[in-house]
Design a protein around this ligand. Sequence first.
Ligand code: KIV
Length: 264
Amino acid sequence: MKRPTLETLRRKKAAGEPIASMTAYDASFAAALERAGIDFILVGDSLGMVIQGRDSTLGVTVGDIAYHCRCVHAGAPRTLLVADLPFMSYATTAQALGNAARLLREGNAQMVKMEGGAWLADTVRALDERGIPVCGHLGLLPQSVHKLGGYRVQGRDEASAAALLEEARILEQAGARMLVLECVPAALAARVSGELSIPVIGIGAGARVDGQVLVLHDALGMNPSMPRFCRDFLTGAGGIEAAFRAYVAAVRERSFPAPGESFE
Ligand code: KIV
């Protein structure tokens, strides 16, 4: 079986079939996710917190992401792989081109993800024109935690919701092929998903988007301060692979996230 491509995700959105994604950082968990039927795996810079034990994602390097991409691809060679560009690795278009190329070449990634809005438009265009698909990331941007003053829900007032919607449009027009929305009110996320033709993947963004992504450790209930938008899929599942299957099923039937796991 060949690795799915972004076209597979685009078709799912067009058909109204929810996309299930999770982060992974090593071969064993990636293999279990592949067996469970996950649609794509994200090697997120969340690895700075859940693997390296840091208090933010800011210390993660491109080398770290490339290494974990190689591990994940070794375990899940038939799963679409998306790689995060970490903090300050895409501050200029030239940096983004070099670092993204490295993640595709060395890490076997098929797409890179970058946090930010309109300021990234030229970079998104440059990458896409050169054959590197980009996933945008709006809402709560963990790489900007010091500017945001903490990990908080974004887009709650009218002005910031309108700004987020506009940034999403700009990213799509610039060539972004997918968008992650993190910690935004469910109604705003639904609006973004409805207006964009690219898949919109939520985390803490309600169920009315085109798919969900969760940090692996959160989905296994390993976060001592489980955020409201996470669910422990392991307890009661009977094993890790069964937990992944339960997650994929819950996303596909839109029973995850429930209203109580979303923001207003
Ligand atoms: O780094 C990460 O794991 C992410 C997800 C939270 C979407 O960006």
